[in-house]
Design a binder for this molecule. Structure first.
Ligand code: NAD
Length: 452
């Protein structure tokens, strides 16, 4: 049965193009072809595999503008963000092109012989991508997986398949053998689910909601299938009274409203030490109301629309049950717009404080002292990222160590870097992506003893 999905431009609500959604039989055929391709791909010499990944990076680099333009129309990302995202795929490929020649094992001293370890590729890796950062999240999966000698089947989100489809074509244009990287647009319940149940898929790399992540993890248990999960977040931005309050207030909006707040790392809870609270909030207001929320084709746009009418309704549902302290503007028209909105609260049980809104909404709450700040920050099922603003570096480090989250920054909202590890504590995820060790997560460590 043939099924199609109409891609919608979220800034205008107008159709962009139709995409064929793969059937179960098509997903099976792609997985089997990727399995067939594995033997030859793992046998490509380390230097040649590195060269192919570098060539793929160069071809992506030649198509940055085209990829960015596709993402502006498909996901409503600002031009600046979309260019960065395409460049991130290129950089990730270049970085992991260094891995094939560095996948060294160890020689461990033993009696009566020689003991060696090897990092063997797993086989076919299934990557399931969400709609919020279609290009980077795809690259964070496929670049290290391919470098380690695996073949990859990748399912983009139904809403945002266009850049992934193009990246699949560019891989072939760069000379990657057929079926080494296969992009399979389709439904989560069909193609995504098949990655979980198909025995030839040896690992699932999932980024998306915590709810679906739990289903994937439970499903993978049946075959003891390897799984990496990158899930939701409700990250804290903790501002101490001794911080540069002007700098903290000026940087807080982009730390939560970038990508219209549809960012798993969004600092969507701002905790401010009580003695600096009024000053912080009064400085935050002009920073929020001054944001340029414009059609993303406008080069000066700082925030675009939400991804879909459904997401717009979800976010509006949160806003309808709270009092908004102040908000920025948003264009009228048919797109899926919500203005950047600030809610003040002192109720740690409030839904707006606890749940991932995944939209341009931030909640601000006062705290009394360091211990209280850490307690509030950790009072969540999530643990992905967070920021700490203070001039006391001892405290900065102490609080960074105490917050139960995988990615912390002090006096900065450092975004994800491809060469440092990324992942969540608690229900924000399992395992780590990126950083120097990422290729190892796509291997089995094998131990071989050879008797003298
Ligand atoms: P989602 O969980 O609905 O979908 C994510 C992907 O999973 C999509 O490709 C979807 O088709 C697929 N899917 C859905 N049901 C499936 C099933 N039963 N089996 C297999 N695959 C299935 O999430 P979303 O709404 O697309 O993305 C938003 C969520 O992703 C947010 O919660 C956000 O925090 C999270 N996220 C996390 C990170 C991170 O790195 N931690 C990064 C980006 C997004």
């Amino acid at each position: 049965m043939s099924d199609t999905y109409t891609v919608i431009n979220p800034a205008t609500a107008q159709p962009v193009t139709d995409v064929h959604l793969a059937s179960l039989a098509e997903a099976d055929a792609a997985i089997e072809a990727a399995h067939e391709a594995f033997a030859a791909w793992r046998a490509v010499s380390p230097g040649d595999r590195a060269a192919l990944l570098r060539r793929f990076a160069a071809v992506v680099d030649d198509h940055i503008e085209e990829l960015a333009e596709l993402e502006v129309r498909n996901a409503g990302h600002t031009r600046g963000n979309a260019r960065w995202e395409a460049g991130n795929v290129r950089d990730c490929l270049n970085y992991y092109a260094g891995a094939p020649e560095r996948m060294s094992g160890r020689q461990i001293p033993v009696a009566g012989g020689v003991d060696l370890t090897f990092h063997e590729p797993l086989g076919v890796v299934g990557i399931i991508v969400p709609w919020n950062f279609p290009m980077p999240i795809a690259g964070w999966g496929f670049a290290p997986a391919l470098a380690a000698g695996n073949t990859v089947v990748l399912k983009p989100a139904e809403l945002t398949p266009l850049t992934a489809i193009r990246l699949g074509e560019l891989a072939l244009a760069a000379g990657l053998p057929e079926h080494v990287l296969t992009v399979i647009p389709g439904k989560g319940s069909v193609v995504g689910e098949r990655f979980v149940t198909h025995p030839l898929v040896r690992k699932v790399c999932f980024t998306g909601s915590t709810e679906v992540g739990k289903l994937i993890m439970a499903g993978c248990a049946d075959q003891v299938k390897r799984v990496t999960l990158e899930l939701g977040g409700k990250s804290a931005n903790i501002v101490f009274a001794d911080a540069d309050i002007a700098a903290a207030a000026a940087s807080a909006p982009s730390a939560v409203f970038d990508n219209a707040g549809q960012d798993c790392c969004a600092r969507s809870r701002i905790l401010v030490e009580r003695s600096a609270y009024d000053e912080f909030v009064s400085r935050l207001e002009p920073a929020v109301t001054g944001m340029r929320v414009l059609d993303p084709t406008d080069e000066s746009s700082e925030m675009g629309p939400l991804i879909s009418a459904g997401q717009q309704r979800t976010v509006q549902g949160y806003l309808d049950e709270v009092e908004v302290a102040f908000a920025g503007s948003a264009p009228g028209g048919d797109g899926f717009w919500v203005p950047p909105s600030v809610v003040t609260t002192d109720d740690p049980a409030a839904r707006i404080w606890r749940e991932e809104v995944f939209g341009p909404v931030v909640a601000v709450m006062p705290f009394d002292d360091e211990a209280h700040a850490v307690e509030l920050a950790n009072d969540t099922e999530y643990g992905l990222s967070g920021s700490i603003f203070t001039r006391d570096l001892g405290r900065g480090l102490r609080v960074a160590r105490a917050v139960e989250a995988g990615n912390l920054s002090v006096n900065s909202h450092s975004s994800v870097r491809y060469w440092t590890p990324f992942g969540g504590y608690k229900q924000s995820g399992l395992g780590r992506e990126l950083g120097p060790d990422a290729p190892l997560a796509f291997t089995e460590e094998k131990n071989v003893f050879i008797a003298h």
